[in-house]
Design a protein around this ligand. Structure first.
Ligand code: ZN
Length: 558
């Protein structure tokens, strides 16, 4: 087996054989191919995945094109194989874990079905492990998963996790290589966190994808300990300290992915529990686009309102929502929009999640007294145009932010509150005068994230009569969709959608704030529909078939 592919020196797509093939065969235009390569690279997903999600090409066409591009055989697997070759010398659950399927075996050769050329690297390590020639075959993704489902027992028990051994040397395979593989997989699936969890009788790895935790694999204690030690070394933590929590950072890079990770340890009765937060993956990749603002998923009115507020020379823009509602993504996208050579941008964050070229970013260090308020004080001596304060946590920070917003600075910040009226009450509770608020606020914004339905497996359902009460002003839709689940997604969902409520400072709203109006009066002014604004947005997305009613009920209940 070889990783070589046909070389197309001189082609504008020389680095992307699959894209080159699709262009040459006339299936996609050169422009589409170049955009696909660029987007897949920026979003750190395999090109094939990106193409499947964003172009009309189906999985058979893509698998065939990839086979041609990499000079691999293609098998449509029209009939699922009645049985699979014996692979008992591979670790239990290996095929499932890597989403590849062994198809044929002779003394010298093992034929393995893959669904993406990105998996060729996995086969390379397998060749060393088994000491046989590996023959990769491209197969359509759903046929591969169906074969796995049919033949490979997914309930690999904890007992079956034997220490992995190298066939030729009888030595255990370095757990380090497997750890690297886990980190690469986490990047590939755009996970936001990796949990390494010890328990009394077993150890578990979970990944958070699209905001939900998924059980990924079970480990024996030795492997977990070796992984944890390796991570602690990479993050420059004290490897001997296992009884106190520690924090650190590390950088991970392989052929397909690179990311910064924040590491935290927590001592439990069964050993250290590690959480690795992947910075600069998941939703954060949005912020790296120059045009990230337009990709937040706002309505065109909301997008215009946000841009108008950002185009002001001064004022306060507040983004509110609970943890995990996408506030950072919104702020980073706004910063990217404002990031022009003629402006000086500064940020105080806890910690810095995405590094932006051209922006002066500082990380808080509360343990030495470097707080948001301190950072703000330092900023004002640095002649900034735009100031981003990660979060307004106290009265002092809020007061200083408002003063900065009144004296020629555009200030962006977040507040951990649910709705806009609640935000105004919180600010008032911090003894900020109606007059101060009315003269400094530019835009108030509340937001949530809901999971996006997998378009491959969503199930149509008829809305119940109750729907009329949810959206009394609108005729109910004939069909909405619910989640099902398929090999391409997690529980019927894939990716996330933002729901937004924007309140620009109209003269009416300004007057209400100035006069310390009651919460009821504020809400009457802010809510233009009978349904609460965020829920209204969510229900519109249900009608559009992008998310489910269950998801809206979970995130923005009645
Ligand atoms: Zn699905």
């Amino acid at each position: 087996m070889t990783l070589e592919h046909q070389s197309h020196t001189g082609s504008p797509l020389a680095q992307a054989p699959l894209a080159h093939q699709l262009w040459q065969s006339g299936q996609l235009s050169l422009e589409d191919c170049q955009q696909a390569v660029q987007q897949a690279h920026q979003q750190r997903v395999p090109l094939m995945d990106w193409l499947q999600r964003h172009t009309p090409l189906n999985e058979q066409q893509l698998a065939q094109a990839a086979a041609k591009a990499y000079a691999l055989p293609y098998d449509a697997l029209d009939t699922l194989p009645p049985h699979l070759p014996d692979i008992t010398d591979l670790p239990a659950g290996w095929a499932l874990q890597h989403h590849v399927v062994p198809l044929q075996r002779t003394a010298e050769q093992l034929t393995i079905g893959i669904k993406s050329t990105h998996q060729l690297a996995i086969l390379e390590s397998l060749r060393f492990q088994l000491g046989v020639d590996i023959r990769p075959v491209m197969v359509p993704a759903s046929r591969l998963e169906a074969t796995l489902k049919l033949h490979v027992n997914s309930s690999a028990t904890i007992d079956s996790i034997a220490p992995r051994q190298d066939r030729t040397t009888q030595q255990p395979i370095a757990p380090e290589a497997e750890l690297n593989h886990l980190l690469a997989e986490a990047c590939w699936h755009q996970a936001s966190d990796i949990h390494l969890e010890p328990y009394q009788n077993h150890c578990r790895v979970r990944l958070r994808i699209d905001g939900q935790l998924h059980e990924w694999q079970m480990l024996d204690r030795d492997t977990l300990t070796r992984w944890i030690n390796r991570i602690k070394i990479m993050a420059q933590l004290d490897i001997a300290e296992t009884r106190r929590p520690q924090d650190g950072q590390m950088h991970f890079k392989d052929h397909h992915a690179a990311t910064d990770m924040r590491i935290s340890t927590l001592p439990t009765p069964w050993g250290e529990h590690l959480v690795l937060r992947l910075l600069g993956t998941t939703a954060n990749h949005l912020a790296l686009h120059q045009d990230a603002l337009s990709q937040l998923g706002m309505t065109s009115t909301q997008y215009t309102q946000l841009k108008q507020a950002l185009d002001q020379p001064q004022g306060l823009i507040l983004v509110t929502g609970p943890t995990g509602s996408g506030k950072s993504t919104t702020l980073y996208s706004a910063l990217q929009y404002l990031n022009q050579p003629e402006r000086h941008l500064v940020t105080a964050e806890d910690p810095i999640e995405v590094h932006l070229t051209g922006v002066s970013q500082v990380s808080l260090q509360p343990q030495i007294g470097f707080t948001f308020a301190q950072a703000l004080r330092a900023f004002l001596r640095q002649d900034p145009d735009v100031i981003m304060i990660g979060e307004m946590r106290d009265q002092e920070t809020a007061e200083m932010a408002i003063r900065a917003a009144q004296t020629g600075h555009l200030v962006l910040s977040t507040l951990h509150t649910g709705a806009i009226a609640e935000t105004l009450l919180r600010l008032r509770h911090w003894h900020l005068e109606g007059e101060q608020l009315a003269s400094s606020l530019q835009l108030l914004m509340a937001q949530r994230l809901v999971r996006r339905l997998c378009q491959a497996c969503r199930q149509p359902v008829t809305p119940t009569p109750q729907w009329r009460e949810y959206l009394p002003e609108q005729a109910p839709p004939k069909i909405i969709y619910k989640a099902q689940g398929c090999p391409q997604c997690y529980g019927g969902y894939q990716g996330r959608l933002g729901l937004y409520h924007l309140a620009p400072m109209t003269p009416e709203l300004r007057a209400l704030i100035l006069n310390d109006a009651s919460p009821a009066a504020l809400e009457a002014q802010l809510n233009e529909h009978e349904t609460k604004p965020l829920r209204y947005q969510g229900l519109q997305q249900v009608i559009a078939g992008l998310t489910s009613l269950a998801e809206i009920d979970r995130v923005v209940p009645v």
